[in-house]
Design a protein around this ligand. Sequence first.
Ligand code: KG4
Ligand code: ZN
Length: 323
Amino acid sequence: MIILGIESSCDETSIGILKDGVLLANEIASQHDIHSLYGGVVPELASRAHVECIDRLFLSALDTGGITAEEIDYIGVTTHPGLKGALLAGTAFAYGLGLRLDIPVYPVNHLFAHIAVNFLDRDVDLPGLGLVISGGHTTLFYVKSPVEFKVVGRTLDDACGETFDKVGRMLGLPFPGGPHIEKTAREGNPDSIRFPVPLLSKNSLDFSFSGLKTALRYHIESSRPSDKPDICASFQKTVGMILIEKASRAIDRYPVKSFFLGGGVVQNSYLRSEFEKLADRRRINLHIPDKRLCLDNGAMAAVMAQFLISRGKKPTSRRIEVL
Ligand code: KG4
Ligand code: ZN
């Protein structure tokens, strides 16, 4: 069974190919060069860039995977959530291809896919908890099965990655800020500045990052350029404290054996190691995707589609759906 996965929800266009559960290709075209000029993702430019490169990526994925288009049995495409125009680029391509090849197209939830990519090459114990930490979302799920996700916590304001990006911009770092903050933080002392750790009410599993962002703004206004490494290290540590506290509360509330991470921010090595320490302390199986599978990619759409197919879910009618 060969599944083509298509992703275009934000600023990465990607095509993945999954054959009998084995990943044959995962071509990713990032638009960072385009959006870095503006310090953030410009939706209209994102849509155009997807349209411009999706055919080329598709052909290159077929080439890498060593298959022909006619061998594809199913298509999984991200239909929500994301930027509407960007999603339409991938969805239109998927539906056109589905019609041409006369094969079913499965709509894929982008956040579920970020978690489901953890099930790619391993057996996992379910139910579990899944945390998506990305540029647009910070959402905690109770994962009952590979196709049953229940939101148990979410950000009430900024997403975690968005906070990295905004703080990066305040510090004059290139877009996206996350990887640059991580790099700058390596030279700094994480204990040099105490930023607030917003945790909301005692039992809440929701997240809030806007207060931390404001605290950073005031601090940066009165800082010197040489303070950047300490600011980045202290900020990154604070984000880690927030995420770990919420994950720990969720483990208290839901006695599960597995914890899954997903989303672009999970590329951060410091945060990965904080979660590893938490998993050791709480004796829980932690699953973290390879770094390349953390950023938006087509492979995860294909993996999610594989579960939808195997659980007997229905493909879409041939109507373009972007929820
Ligand atoms: O999942 P993703 O590729 O796109 C969305 O679905 O939003 O996540 C992109 C986010 C950006 O905010 C970026 O700054 C953040 O992931 N990011 C990082 C790192 N690498 C990417 N944040 C912290 N540390 C990193 N190393
Ligand atoms: Zn994402």
